[in-house]
Design a protein around this ligand. Structure first.
Ligand code: ZN
Length: 317
């Protein structure tokens, strides 16, 4: 039976519904939990998160993919309770946002160790939660080029993806030549990889999105809503129209089947204030209306938010 791992167990891909494919329940830098100035009480985290997930559900959202890696505040028992109470399917990840957010214990580990760890989290479960990861997160460290550690993590992720059939999401799609070389050496088909953040204000120029799609990779326009029009925009913000035009150009080049979109928002950021006024519900409140106003039809919206993510997330075996 085709299935996708959610924190409450595997479900058929037809049950995913509208998917927000790159999101965060709460993302923080490793160690932020040790800073009492920022660390939030459970009450605060629920109070900030539940209304956003309830609204997501009411708008017709089905599945929230949390790509908060190991060491960045991933908290699967918490996700399970959120999913049970709100009715939103939550997919959790194994892997790391980037080599630069892996704590020394993992940063020193071999490819074999990392691959085994990822496979365990996908097939046995994450810690004692009984929940299995549904995606593998990898990423490029700050600096614009893949580090030796990033490459080790990408290689381990490729092996775990092949062993389990679970797909890979990347943080950043810059330096894609190196990533694609590793996936090629490991024999991983590129349609099992979503190259993320092709659309952010810092990296869009350096990202070869059309080339990645031509190689067979999937491309994530997944920072929708981080726009310069916000009251206090982050450094990776981009003018709203510029990002939308970029997305429409990509689809217009015949790559609709390679495209995925999301908002990369934090329901309740950990150890940093987050970006005010930005939530996962940007998809329903702003992006869908913008797409419709630009002449995108309902079938295309369904392809982007239902069919493509289901195809990507379905475990291959
Ligand atoms: Zn993210």
């Amino acid at each position: 039976m085709s299935r996708v791992n959610t924190v409450l167990g595997p479900i058929p891909p037809e049950e995913l519904g509208i998917v927000a494919v790159h999101e965060h329940i709460g993302y923080g830098m490793p160690g932020s939990e040790l800073d009492t100035k920022w660390w939030k009480s459970p009450e605060q985290r629920y109070a900030e998160t539940v209304p956003k997930l309830r609204a997501f559900h009411e708008y017709g959202g089905g599945t929230f993919v949390d790509v908060t890696g190991i060491c960045n505040g991933r908290d699967v028992d918490y996700y399970k309770s959120l999913s049970a109470k709100t009715g939103v399917h939550i997919v959790a990840c194994t892997g790391f946002v980037g080599g630069d957010t892996a704590l020394p214990f993992f940063a020193r580990a071999s490819v074999d160790y990392l691959a085994e760890h990822f496979v365990h989290e996908i097939t046995v479960g994450i810690g004692g939660t009984g929940s299995s990861a549904g995606v593998i997160k990898v990423g490029v460290s700050r600096g614009g080029r893949m580090t030796e550690l990033d490459k080790r993590i990408y290689r381990a992720a490729a092996r775990a993806a092949l062993a389990t059939g679970v797909p890979i999401l990347t943080h950043l799609a810059i330096d894609a030549e190196n990533a694609i070389a590793i996936f090629g050496e490991e024999g991983l088909p590129l349609d099992r990889v979503l190259f993320g953040h092709a659309d952010d204000g810092v990296n869009a120029e350096q990202t070869r999105d059309l080339w990645i799609a031509e190689q067979g990779g999937r491309v994530g326009f997944d920072t929708f809503g981080y726009e310069t029009e916000l009251e206090d925009p982050p450094f990776w913000a981009r003018p709203r129209k510029e990002r939308l035009d970029h997305f429409l150009r990509f689809i217009g080049h015949g790559h609709l089947d390679r495209a995925l979109a999301s908002a990369d928002a934090n329901c309740s950021p950990l150890g940093w204030p987050g970006v005010k006024g930005h939530t996962v519900n940007y998809l329903f409140e702003d992006l869908f209306p913008d797409l419709r106003a630009a002449g995108v039809d309902e079938a295309t919206i369904t392809t982007l938010f239902v069919e493509n993510p289901a195809d990507f997330l379905t475990i291959q075996n």
